[in-house]
Design a protein around this ligand. Structure first.
Ligand SMILES: [Mn+2]
Length: 342
């Protein structure tokens, strides 16, 4: 069964499907994985669900391709997530959260379970697994996991609440983005009542940056550029800058938001060098621009306000391709309304 809600508007969030509840109630062993370069929503959802299922007596393994970023290591259970391209053994259920299963980067051969369940809120998910619960109206996958845990009748404890709060908090940009709903705030309130500490999350996620990371940010922002109409701005992170500052790609998390914060900028682009002639692209839009079509063009994932992908070529050629595509998208959505540069 596949559930898919419309991508237009903010319809009511969907309840957890009955076949997911019965599959989880009837199973003994569960593997839970999330997407490459896991973010707060992916990890919070994974750990929250892991602890909930363990409370219900299930044997749970959490496994991802990439390690947990430093800023999320405060999450309870994060030390138990194993990493690498595969896991040994088979499981009754394999759950993929917050991504299309292909974006886990795991298991090039057969999936390691009979029952495959995909839970996600990204509109770009192809919903290919027989049990897919896809709700683009959900603020975060964490919100869907909250519903699922309630549907399973598992009482929320402090550690689960902290993980699910982190999921919703990070995917809403601290309850600032347009995906923030009364429902996501109500769920967050319930999670705080269950013991989640908002400051603990804020301090770890947004106020624990390393000195070298801010040093890198300064050098990256010094090279900022924008389109003549001021609607698109971008920055480039090169291997050379990583080397100069002793940083890695993980340190660029959130950089694109500084670029988007400029008045008049509708779309911000972060180019990150990932090879001699290869660049990873992250796009962030202000509320009214829809990037989901562009995400498909760039061959990556995304939703309304965020998209990404990887392109091969020299930096000038990749930049040209991306900025032109973003410009066409803005023209298609709003016409050629040039925003005068201040
Ligand atoms: Mn998410």
């Amino acid at each position: 069964m596949t559930l898919r809600t419309g991508r237009e508007g903010r319809g009511p969030a969907m309840n957890e499907p009955a076949d997911i509840i019965s599959a989880l109630q009837g199973c003994g062993t569960v593997l839970i994985s999330v997407h490459k370069n896991p973010d707060g929503d992916a990890l919070g959802s994974q750990l929250g669900l892991m602890m909930a299922l363990e409370k219900a007596g299930k044997k749970v393994v959490a496994h991802n391709l990439d390690p947990v970023p430093e800023i999320y290591r405060f999450l309870p259970g994060s030390g138990r997530i194993s990493t690498g391209p595969r896991v040994n053994g088979t499981f009754d259920v394999f759950l993929v959260l917050d991504a299309d299963p292909l974006r886990t980067g795991l298991f090039t051969g057969a999936w390691p379970a009979r029952t495959l369940i995909n839970i996600d809120h990204h509109v770009t998910n192809r919903a290919e697994w027989p049990i897919t619960w896809l709700d683009p109206n959900a603020t975060a996958t964490g919100e869907m996991i909250y519903r699922l845990v309630n549907g399973l009748g598992i009482p929320m404890d402090k550690n689960m609440a902290l993980c699910l709060y982190t999921a919703i908090f990070t995917d809403t940009g601290s309850f600032r983005y347009s995906n923030t709903t009364p429902e996501s705030m109500r769920i967050a309130a319930t999670l705080i009542e269950a013991g989640a500490d908002p400051w603990l999350v804020t301090e770890n996620v947004y106020e624990s940056y390393s000195y070298k990371r801010i040093n890198l940010l300064g050098k990256v922002l010094a090279g900022i550029e924008r389109s003549p109409d001021g609607r698109i701005a971008w920055v480039l992170v090169t291997d050379e800058l990583y080397r100069l500052t002793g940083t890695t790609a993980e340190d660029t998390d959130n950089f694109v938001n500084f670029v988007r914060s400029i008045k008049g900028v509708e779309v911000a682009v972060l180019f990150r060098q990932t090879g001699a002639e290869q660049y990873k692209i992250s796009l962030r839009a202000k509320g009214r621009v829809d990037l989901s079509g562009l995400a498909m063009t760039l061959g990556g994932g995304g939703h309304k306000n965020a998209a990404g992908g990887v392109l091969d070529g020299t930096f000038p050629s990749v930049r040209e391709k991306v900025i032109a595509a973003v410009g066409r998208e803005l023209d298609a959505q709003f016409g050629k309304k040039a925003v005068p540069a201040p």
